[in-house]
Design a protein around this ligand. Structure first.
Ligand code: PEP
Ligand code: MG
Length: 906
């Protein structure tokens, strides 16, 4: 409970002692107070602080002493501006705004022109000499107050406005078409609406208006939308909001007035030029509402945009003042500012300053240039760029979905943002056709229900990939990321009808369209959206400042960043993006090429004769070796972790008649025999079936062949002088006994391979940790493993019991916003409380048994900034991610290190 002496109300610029300004006064209040102290021209006012909000909630609005403090601050404000609230001749008008330390949806917005009533509006009319202006201000107050304080829905006011415009001849006419008399009539009608719809009248007493507005702000803290937002974002309920009461200034009292917004640097390129817009003779909300076309601020911007009459031309004095203030504010806050201003009869006022939102391009440039200007240090610069935003820079992109929606462009279907970037192409439903059309120079998008290894050539040929089913770690998603192709996976609104050669799409809004192969579509892989037709795709940018920023980031991170890559070209790309090794080379991906796929199928379907199987393995061995040679060369001096076969068998078995036929011919057995063998190998639940080391144990010749291929390649490279560092990894391990049985087999094959070449190469043997049991028995596993790599795709699948391939059906329900059951897709962002705890436990138990154990993570989470932060905190040695995410991961790892140091107080 508050005591009598508690000070709740602070005039802008007042001393608040040791209190943290944003916490006490909210973001807006702290900014206004700070600017007042800097002697920036801010209309005077006061803030009722967040302690008052807490007390309000505790006392249900009976905060002791608050009333008197508001009266006192109001009196001071009246003395300051020389006008009194409610004065019939020259009334003081104020704005009332909420302002918490963190802005959030659902909070009460702004009330302007508070203080007007039937009497003072006449005073304002007389004093300003502009009756239209006065009644326009009054109707705005009635509308805003009626809505946010008295709970009358806005549509009633809008309806009345349209009706009146209709009576004047045109319901769609501009507001400026209503004269003073019409606005006076509108005020009468608004009053009548309030009398009818609200449970209390519009208060004529200005002080009662103020009290009502203050109560509305405090009560809005508790509304369900704001509460939900706080819960989702872990914002404490005790934070509370402040209320800002500020003298109104008017930008709409003639041609020596105006309102606008200003950015201290370009929010799109980061260039060090003032950027902004203003409207002459207008209030701030008119600029935002976009009713009239605003003008540029500077002459040079006017020339570029071929506009006339920049602020610099029409009001040179205020422009000068504004430029000076902008420079001071930026220097003071040490960041690009977004400033709202009003010019009243030639006098400039600043209404708000805040950190300006910016594109990724601008963020990088501003951060680096501010270091050069001595405004911030390098760590601050590194922290200033959101890692995910680099995606915008490194890939072709579409405008933001909201931006497109404003232009009337809506997606025809929504799926998961499986692989970033944007692509335009004609719909193709078959991989062979995709390849054929691409060879003819056509841009195609491969649209499938799902993809399998049989589609790889089509995926490579396509500009982008769409699937109707599957999640963030489905075949399509993983392969597309590896190929650096844009992909929207699991677009459940799509019905891909192969037989009918049609794609039916149901949009998030429920509309359906039917598309045929050949029609153009545009993919937004960054947001998981599909558009009909061809949209403008921007190309990836090159920004010189990015290189410097990444250098600073690399200098600060502890986590190593490796890449998931399984082709020589993938390895080279990875190195160019700064990979410090390969964390996962999925050898089954090396079998995807058409000629190899057939050999693999023959090996699998060879039947019970080991000799026949060996024959097909022998065909594969040189292909594997050649790939490894190239990969080792690309990764000279860096570790390369190669995972022995972990096939999803179901993805390899032939389905189509022609594939069955090909296998039957190659093996020289009847096609029916092949079909039967394929059927026998069918598994109901292949993700939990015959995969990983289970294959290695039942068919050790496969792992022997792969080990030979790795070490022969390593020996060959070492002889060329390449510094090779192979790490052989065994997948899907549950038991220490599995490792104990397989390790000698691998070691023996390695020994033989090296002996046959007379070479000596150091290599490691380690294990993937993809099952909860493996995390729990990690100590025993560490006895047989020199390194661990957490495969958090499977670990998430097996810990949550959610199938990677089928999650798309229901997971969107779990993660929808707002009010979902989960904060994020657990296949994209590590579920730190569940899966993350297992990773922590596994790491601790493994290291307790083997101190030098190297520990990494190679699931898709290795490219997600929040998951990377967690990996840093639990002390992993590295994360490994798909090549396009490498710069993001590097930056995220640096930020994790800087944040950890700061929170340790180092
Ligand atoms: C994993 O399970 O996290 C992993 C990296 O392996 P894959 O995605 O190939 O199953
Ligand atoms: Mg796995």
């Amino acid at each position: 409970m508050a005591d009598m002496a508690t000070r709740y109300v602070h005039r802008f610029g007042a001393d608040i002692g040791d209190a943290e300004p944003k916490k006490l006064l909210g973001g807006k209040g702290a900014g206004l107070s700070e600017m007042t102290r800097l002697e920036i021209p801010v209309p005077p006012g006061f803030t009722i602080d967040t302690n008052a909000c807490r007390a309000w909630m505790d006392t249900e609005g009976e905060v002791e002493g608050l009333d008197a403090q508001v009266a006192e601050a109001l009196a001071a404000l009246e003395a300051d501006v020389g006008r009194a609230l409610g004065d019939a001749g020259d009334p003081l008008l104020v704005s009332v705004r909420s302002g918490a330390a963190i802005s959030m949806p659902g909070m009460m917005d702004t009330i302007l022109n508070l203080g007007l009533n039937d009497e003072t509006v006449e005073g304002l009319a007389a004093k300003s000499g502009d009756r239209r202006f006065a009644f326009d201000a009054y109707r705005r107050l009635l509308d805003m107050y009626g809505d946010v304080v008295l709970g009358v829905e806005r549509e009633h006011f809008e309806g009345a406005m349209r009706a009146l415009k209709g009576e004047k001849g045109d319901p769609d006419m501009d507001d400026t078409g209503l004269d003073a008399e019409a606005l006076e009539e509108l005020c009468r009608r608004y009053r009548a609406i309030i009398d009818e719809k609200a449970d209390r009248p519009f208060p004529q007493d200005p002080r009662a208006q103020l009290d009502g507005a203050i109560a509305a702000v405090f009560d809005s803290w508790d509304n369900p939308r704001a509460r939900r937002y706080r819960k989702m974002n872990e914002i404490p309920e005790s934070l509370g909001t402040a209320v800002n009461v500020q003298a109104m200034v008017f930008g709409n009292m003639g041609d020596d007035c105006g309102s606008g917004v200003l950015f201290t640097r370009s929010p799109s390129t980061g260039a060090r030029d003032l950027f902004g817009e203003f409207l002459q003779n207008a209030q701030g909300e008119d600029v935002v509402a976009g009713i009239r076309t605003p003008r540029p601020l500077t002459k040079s911007a006017a020339r570029r945009g071929q506009a006339k009459d920049a602020l610099e031309d029409v009001m040179p004095g205020p422009f000068e003042t504004l430029s000076e203030i902008a420079a001071r504010l930026e220097k003071h806050y040490r960041d690009m500012q977004d400033i709202e201003f009003t010019i009243e009869k030639g006098r400039t006022f600043i209404l708000q300053t805040r950190t300006g939102k910016r594109t990724a391009h601008a963020a990088v440039r501003i951060a680096v240039e501010m270091v050069d200007e001595g405004l911030i240090d390098r760590d601050t610069a590194v922290l200033r760029v959101p890692p995910d935003s680099l995606e915008q820079l490194l890939h072709a992109t579409l405008p933001e979905p909201g931006e497109l929606e404003k232009r009337g462009v809506k997606p025809i279907a929504k799926g998961l943002p499986a692989s970033p970037g944007a692509a335009v192409g004609q719909i193709v439903m078959d991989a062979d056709e995709a390849e054929k059309l691409a060879e003819e120079g056509k841009a195609v998008v491969l649209v499938r229900r799902e993809t399998s290894p049989e589609d790889i050539h089509g995926m490579k040929a396509a500009k982008g990939i769409v699937t109707a089913t599957g999640g963030m770690t489905s075949h399509a998603a993983v392969v597309a990321r590896g190929l650096g192709k844009c992909c929207v996976a699991g677009a459940s609104g799509l019905d891909v009808d192969y037989a009918g050669r049609k794609v039916r799409a149901r949009s998030p809004g429920g509309e359906t369209v039917e598309l045929e192969p050949g029609e153009l579509i545009t993919l937004d892989g960054t947001h998981g959206l599909i558009y009909r037709g061809e949209l403008d795709v921007g190309s990836a940018a090159t920004i010189p400042e990015l290189e410097r920023l990444m250098e600073w980031a690399d200098g600060h991170r502890r986590l190593r960043i490796r890449a998931n890559a399984d082709t020589p070209s993938g390895a080279r790309t990875a190195r160019s993006y700064g990979a410090e090794g390969i964390g996962l080379c999925r050898t089954e991906h090396m079998f995807f090429a058409q000629d190899r796929l057939e050999a693999v199928r023959c090996m699998v379907l060879a039947g019970p004769h080991p000799d026949v199987r060996e024959k097909w393995l022998a065909k594969l061995e040189p292909m594997q070796r050649e790939d490894f040679v190239e990969i080792f060369r690309a990764m000279d001096g860096l570790p390369v972790t190669i995972r022995l076969l972990d096939w999803p068998l179901h993805e390899f078995l032939p389905r189509e008649a022609r594939d069955l036929q090909a296998v039957s011919q190659a093996l020289g057995v009847d096609v029916e025999v092949v079909r039967r063998r394929a059927l026998e190998l069918h598994e109901t639940n292949p993700m939990l079936g015959h995969r990983g080391v289970r294959v290695g144990l039942t068919s050790p010749e496969i792992y022997r062949m792969q080990t030979r291929a790795i070490l022969h390649a390593a020996a060959e490279c070492a002889a060329e002088g390449v510094d090779v560092r192979p790490e052989i990894m065994l997948p899907v391990v549950a038991l220490a006994e599995e490792l104990a049985a397989l390790r000698p087999i691998v070691e023996e094959a390695a020994r033989e391979a090296l002996a046959s070449k007379g070479a000596e190469v150091d290599y490691l043997i380690g294990t993937m940790i993809e099952l909860p049991r493996a995390c729990l028995v990690a100590g025993a596993l560490a006895e047989h493993a020199e390194f661990f790599s957490f495969g958090t795709n499977d670990l998430t699948q097996t810990t949550l019991g959610i199938s990677r391939d089928d999650a798309g059906r229901f997971l969107p329900f779990y993660v929808h916003d707002p009010g979902g059951l989960m904060e994020a897709d657990p296949f994209a962002r590590l579920d730190v409380h569940g899966v993350g705890e297992l990773v922590r436990t596994g790491t601790e138990r493994g290291r307790a048994r083997r101190e030098a154990l190297k520990v990494g993570l190679c699931g898709e989470h290795g490219g997600d900034p929040r998951s990377i932060d967690f990996c840093h905190r639990i002390g992993l040695d590295y994360v490994s991610c798909s090549p396009p995410r490498l710069p993001i991961a590097r930056l995220a790892a640096a930020q994790a290190a800087i944040r950890a140091e700061t929170s340790d107080g180092a």
